[in-house]
Design a protein around this ligand. Structure first.
Ligand code: URA
Length: 438
């Protein structure tokens, strides 16, 4: 089977056989396919789509391209949460320790930020010494000691996705339901989970801009999880504005620590509420509580009594990080950055935000990556001072940008100022959880 024949078949809109899909994924993993051949086939898949059998086979082949975690020895339900990506989307840092505090084992394999979206690994690396490159044995040992580990994909877990995700990102091919499903689910299935909760973002900062497309993705993710024997649920949540108060790596860790320390302010509340809701769904689906309401109460209690913070601290110690951030979160903000206010150009209500532009502005300032090979400045970020629905007067501060150097300041200020839509009428508010599927 030659690559060019498989590429031409999908280019012409035909269905690929299971063997052809396996040949492609093997070729990507063992590098016998050149990048331009893999990119050509992925582009053909992006344009012509995959039916549900092809999507299932792509997920299976990608999963089988590497090793899976063996968590048999851990006597607790294995559960995880995965988000499709957003701006200020930091709930993993609370969910993993909170779920562990409730009795779940969470082998959380996460990614790095790319483009306008942030990544859990970059956030964690703003804690001095925190190691996210763990071997398979280290992931298993960390989960067995403190209930959760947060690590990057190892070289051996789903190697095909590492390659394909980079090609898709470089060539503008992220926003495809079958490709996102195969990418996310192959990684999550490699964790040998009992339960998976998916946070499917919708809105101006999400890959899926409309509720309709988010629903389509959520249904496909849930169907795939169930087909592989994992109890799977998807929650469609709002990404029409950045989640919580902060966007940017150390700022987001600071926000999560404030929440786990019981010191959250009003703008951080959506982060806390969504973390509780998603963890409660993991707890309920695992059978640790008999109803979702009981699961929510357990999560609220474990967050309020400091159990989640304790778990987080234990994990930071095990993964080599400086645990003093847990008692002094302000130390995360010590870097010398210039704080500049973004002001309202008119009076009225905040009717909308271009959340993607806010994420792009942070990335342009060095807080994120334009290319997978870029390094990240953890101190760069954005702080929201108002939310959708807030009433503002001309000249009021809408937010602050934190930058190390001012070289792109004018462009960034313009992007952030333009990101706010101010209108005379009060917009109707929408709940953070839009729908649940599964
Ligand atoms: N996150 C992933 O891991 N893969 C995608 O394709 C999109 C978001």
């Amino acid at each position: 089977m030659f690559p060019r024949d498989i590429i031409a078949k999908k280019r012409d809109g035909k269905r690929l056989t299971d063997a052809e899909i396996r040949t492609f994924v093997d070729g990507v993993s063992n590098q016998s396919w050149a990048d331009y051949q893999a990119t050509a086939l992925v582009m053909a898949m992006f344009i012509n789509g995959l039916d549900s059998r092809e999507q299932h086979q792509l997920t299976k082949s990608m999963l089988e391209s590497g090793e899976v975690l063996d968590l048999e020895a851990i006597d607790a339900p294995k559960a995880d949460k995965h988000s499709t990506g957003g701006v200020g989307d930091k709930t993993s840092l609370i969910i993993a320790p909170l779920a562990a505090a409730c009795g779940l084992a969470v082998p959380m394999i996460s990614g790095r930020g790319l483009g306008h979206t942030g990544g859990t690994l970059d956030k964690l690396e703003s804690i001095d010494g925190y190691k996210v490159r763990l071997t398979k044995a280290e992931i298993i040992s960390t989960v067995s000691k403190c209930g959760f580990a947060m690590a990057g994909q190892t070289m051996k877990i789903v190697p095909a996705d590492r390659k394909l995700y980079a090609l898709r990102d470089a060539a503008g091919m992220i926003e495809s339901v079958p490709l996102i499903v195969a990418s996310i689910m192959s990684k999550k299935l490699a964790e040998s989970l009992d339960v998976l909760v998916l946070d499917v973002k919708t809105g101006s900062g999400a890959f899926m801009k409309t509720l309709r497309s988010a629903r389509e993705l959520a249904k496909a993710l849930v169907k795939t999880g169930k087909a592989f024997g994992v109890k799977t649920e998807a929650v469609i949540t709002d990404m029409d504005e950045p989640l919580g108060r902060y966007v940017g790596n150390s700022l987001e860790v600071f926000e999560c620590l404030q929440i786990m320390r019981g010191e959250a302010d009003e703008l951080m509340k959506p982060t806390a509420d969504l973390s509780i809701e998603l963890t409660a769904r993991m707890v309920f689906l695992s059978g640790l509580e008999k109803s979702i309401e009981k699961a929510r109460s357990l999560c609220r209690r474990k967050l309020a009594d400091g159990s989640a913070l304790e778990k987080f601290q234990e994990n930071v110690r095990l993964q080599g990080g400086d645990v003093s951030v847990c008692s002094r979160p302000k130390s995360l903000l010590k870097a010398k950055v210039k704080k500049t206010a973004i002001k309202a150009v008119a009076s009225g209500y905040i009717a909308g935000m271009d959340t993607r532009a806010i994420g792009d502005a942070v990335a342009l300032g060095g807080g994120g990556r334009m290319l997978a090979s870029d390094s990240v400045d953890h101190a760069v970020g954005f702080e929201k001072e108002v939310s959708i629905g807030s009433k503002v007067s001309k000249g009021d501060v809408l937010g602050h940008v934190y930058l190390r150097e001012s070289k792109n300041l004018t462009a960034i200020e313009r992007m952030l100022g333009d990101a706010y839509k101010i209108s005379r009428s009060k917009p109707t508010s929408s709940p953070i959880v839009r729908e649940t599927i599964g």
